[in-house]
Ligand binder design. Structure first.
Ligand SMILES: [Zn+2]
Length: 597
């Protein structure tokens, strides 16, 4: 995949440079009116495998009129795409298309989702952090094809590979030195001093940094970027060979690379974004300037627009580039609920985007049009394939068990999952307590919501999977009492681990402690007890957690000091096993943490 894209890039370079020689002479700069050609981009972000329409609040969207409507679903996305496609259209995406997906996609390592996106004509996507959920090697398999090394081929047969390019200019291999540079130049198929100097600044790309698509005789260059915080939010082991460098720095090098090969219409596809005011129109801006805005305003002025993702918000903003020009900064919500349409014209002489011609519109993927029949059949096929697994009842609940946090930060469902992890890791791993990251509790268990509508508290495997979709491994490590206290301090911002905001780990029921909201970082947590017995600094404690946390995820750096790692079952299997052992479960009371002033 890498070399294919690089060859495409090198070829585009040859063609584009030839073009430049012909069109930029001073004689041409005279009185002729500029000729422009139209280009339309249709883009998706954060699809997260929602082949079926997303449910609950994830399936609703505020439209341009302020009404809340149901949105999303592959067959509807395909139908809207068809309506919006004209002969000038290029379809792109901004990452998190896969990873943290519903069972219909996840059970088959997301191959159904990637196939769907190819079917609707997506040509290029930035990688998102979730594209790395199963590691870099698995991402490359998704890109280039082949069967899963452990689970084998899906019922559809040998995986053929993604029909679109995954690009990521700020994802760099940790290798360096002359050998690495030689390999990169060989992959590029060119060797020039300018390329060599670019690569020296750049390192060796782990993915194609850019993708070039021709439309109406002009090349459009796409630069892929993913949040540089990726190492904090995906499992460390799968990305141990990679470095995620600053998005702006990488974009500027990629922009120069594109310019070097004559591509001046440049679009950044970035998996990083900002927050908006709840309930606003998808076409409004009001993005509170954050990590996405920083990239959108700071990347090279040669870049004409920034299509973003990651924060699952819909917005259309106009931002100012470093030279004072105006450019688009957009995002289209998540789960396939919005398609961002961008129309613009490219000057055929300068080959650059006419900025004043850029018109963007966020189109809500409503379910009031006729769904695309082929895609509906495609989704049904996978639904049938996964049904036996998904509809299997695993237990019962007596009432809703929600992931809504109490004032302390713990939630009933967080407690339940931690209790399940402790139970699964007690025997093999000698676990004494369990801690679960709150972001990994993805949905609530609701009493009447089983797909068949039983209304009798039945929990199916499919529902449990919606709560725990990451296929993380349950692990156990030994921490000292002092290290456990540091882990709990690292829940709060202000420490050297740079926690961005308070993240309360969900405790198993036998772990209790207090924290002070006013105390300084390092002295917030007190009175830690396990089974009612006070924890000392020097005692050792076997702590169960998923491999994401054990790898230091979510800025819980102290977990990486853990020793004697034991690996147990998948988190979803531990959760299902807990239901098997406790067939009727009442919501736990989230009262293990005491908040002090
Ligand atoms: Zn993301």
């Amino acid at each position: 995949m890498m070399s294919r894209s690089f060859q495409r890039l090198a070829m585009a370079g040859v063609l584009a440079s030839a073009g430049l020689v012909l069109v930029t002479g001073p004689a041409e700069a005279g009185n002729k009116p500029a000729k422009t050609v139209p280009v339309r981009l249709l883009s998706l972000n954060d699809f997260h495998g929602h082949l079926e329409p997303p449910t609950g609040s994830s399936g609703r969207m505020v439209d341009e009129t302020g009404a809340t409507v149901y949105a999303g679903g592959a067959a509807y996305i395909a139908a809207h795409m068809e309506q919006l496609t004209d002969k000038n259209t290029i379809k792109v995406a901004q990452g998190d298309l896969i990873g943290a997906t519903p069972l219909i996609s996840a059970a088959f390592h997301d191959e159904p989702s990637v196939e769907f996106l190819g079917k609707i004509g997506v040509t290029t996507s930035a990688v998102g952090n979730h594209e790395f959920d199963e590691g870099y090697a698995e991402l490359r398999r998704i890109m280039k094809g082949g069967c899963h090394p452990v689970d084998g081929c899906s019922p559809a047969g040998t995986w053929k590979g993604a029909e679109y390019d995954y690009i990521g200019a700020n994802v760099i291999l940790k290798r360096s030195g002359a050998g690495a540079e030689k390999d990169a130049l060989a992959a590029l198929g060119r060797n020039s001093s300018s390329l060599r100097s670019l690569l020296r600044q750049y390192g060796v790309p782990a993915l194609p940094p850019v993708s070039i698509r021709w439309m109406n005789g002009v090349p459009i260059g796409f630069i892929g970027l993913v949040t540089k915080t990726t190492p904090n939010i995906v499992t460390a082991e799968g990305i141990k060979d990679l470095e995620f460098v600053d998005e702006v720095k990488a974009a500027n090098v990629a922009s120069r690379l594109l310019k070097l090969v004559g591509v001046k219409a440049q679009v950044v596809l970035v998996h990083e974004g900002d927050q908006v005011t709840a309930g606003q129109s998808p076409d409004a801006c009001s993005a509170q300037p954050g990590a996405g805005n920083r990239i959108a305003t700071q990347v090279d002025a040669e870049i004409d627009m920034i299509l973003s993702g990651h924060s699952h918000q819909a917005y259309l903003c106009t931002v100012t580039d470093p030279k004072g020009g105006k450019r688009l900064y957009s995002q289209g919500g998540s789960f396939g609920r919005v398609i961002t349409k961008v129309d613009f014209r490219v000057d055929t002489r300068t080959r650059d985007v006419v900025r004043s011609s850029v018109v963007a519109d966020n189109q809500v993927v409503t379910q009031t049009i006729t769904p695309n029949e082929d895609i509906a059949t495609f989704v049904q096929t996978w639904k049938d394939r996964v049904a036996t697994v998904a509809n299997k009842p695993i237990g019962k609940i007596t009432a809703d068990i929600t992931n809504t946090a109490a004032p302390s930060g713990e939630s009933p469902l967080g407690n339940l999952i931690a209790d399940g992890q402790l139970a699964a890791a007690r025997t093999g791993g000698n676990a004494q307590i369990a801690l679960m990251n709150p972001g990994g509790v993805r949905a609530s268990l609701t009493y009447p919501s089983s797909p068949a509508g039983e209304g009798d508290g039945v929990v199916t495997y499919g529902e449990a999977f919606t709560v725990q979709p990451f296929n993380n491994l349950l692990q156990v490590v030994t921490l000292t009492g002092a290290q456990l206290k540091t882990v709990l301090e690292q829940q709060f911002p202000g420490g050297p681990n740079n926690q961005a905001f308070t993240k309360i780990l969900q405790p198993s029921s036998n772990l209790t402690y207090s924290y002070s909201t006013s105390a300084a970082w390092g002295s917030k947590v007190s009175d830690i007890k396990i089974d009612g017995v006070a924890v000392t600094d020097t005692q050792t404690i076997r702590v169960a957690a998923n491999n994401f946390l054990v790898g230091g995820g979510d800025a819980f750096a102290a977990f990486t000091q853990g020793t004697d790692v034991w690996s147990g079952p998948l988190d979803i299997d531990a959760f299902a096993a807990y239901f098997a052992a406790n067939p009727v479960i009442a919501p736990p009371t989230p009262d293990h943490i005491t908040v002090l002033p």
